[in-house]
Write a protein that binds this ligand. Structure first.
Ligand SMILES: [Zn+2]
Ligand SMILES: [Zn+2]
Length: 138
């Protein structure tokens, strides 16, 4: 960091220690939901923008804390709070994987070695509800 010396001049080394590091929100470098392309906000309803209903289908029943996938607050022209049902999140993860894998060398060689591919497949798995009684296909 070349600009550290400059900031020490103004706030001093002890003050530097007091500046809290921004804690990472998760242990993964990128949350897989951030890999999903989201529709532009000008195509969305107010309920979709505030995360009350599924981002990919506003006609669904309103989301509940149990059913919603938090897609993380976004900042475009406005701050908005997309959420979606697990079903659509899994479907978008699948589409994103189809777009990603053919152009990705690790994915075409061995899908398990690509962080992006692994993250997307994890999202797809989470879209299947073990609670509904249906076993995922082997
Ligand atoms: Zn949905
Ligand atoms: Zn990949």
């Amino acid at each position: 960091m070349s600009n550290r010396r400059q900031s020490q001049r103004t706030i001093g080394p002890s003050a530097l220690e007091a500046v809290p590091e921004e804690p990472p929100l998760s242990h993964t470098p990128r949350d897989p939901v951030e890999l999903l392309p989201l529709p532009p906000t000008n195509t969305l309803t107010a309920d979709q923008i505030r995360g009350a209903v599924c981002l990919w289908d506003p006609t669904e029943a309103p989301l509940t804390p149990e059913t919603a996938v938090d897609l993380h607050p976004r900042r475009d022209q406005v701050c908005w709070f997309p959420r979606a049902c697990t079903h659509h999140t899994a479907r978008q993860a699948y589409r994103t994987l189809l777009d990603h894998a053919p152009g990705c060398a690790p994915c075409t060689r061995d899908a398990g070695t690509c962080d992006t591919g692994r993250a997307l497949r994890r999202l797809m798995r989470e879209g299947r509800h073990p609670a509904d009684g249906s076993e995922p296909p082997a």
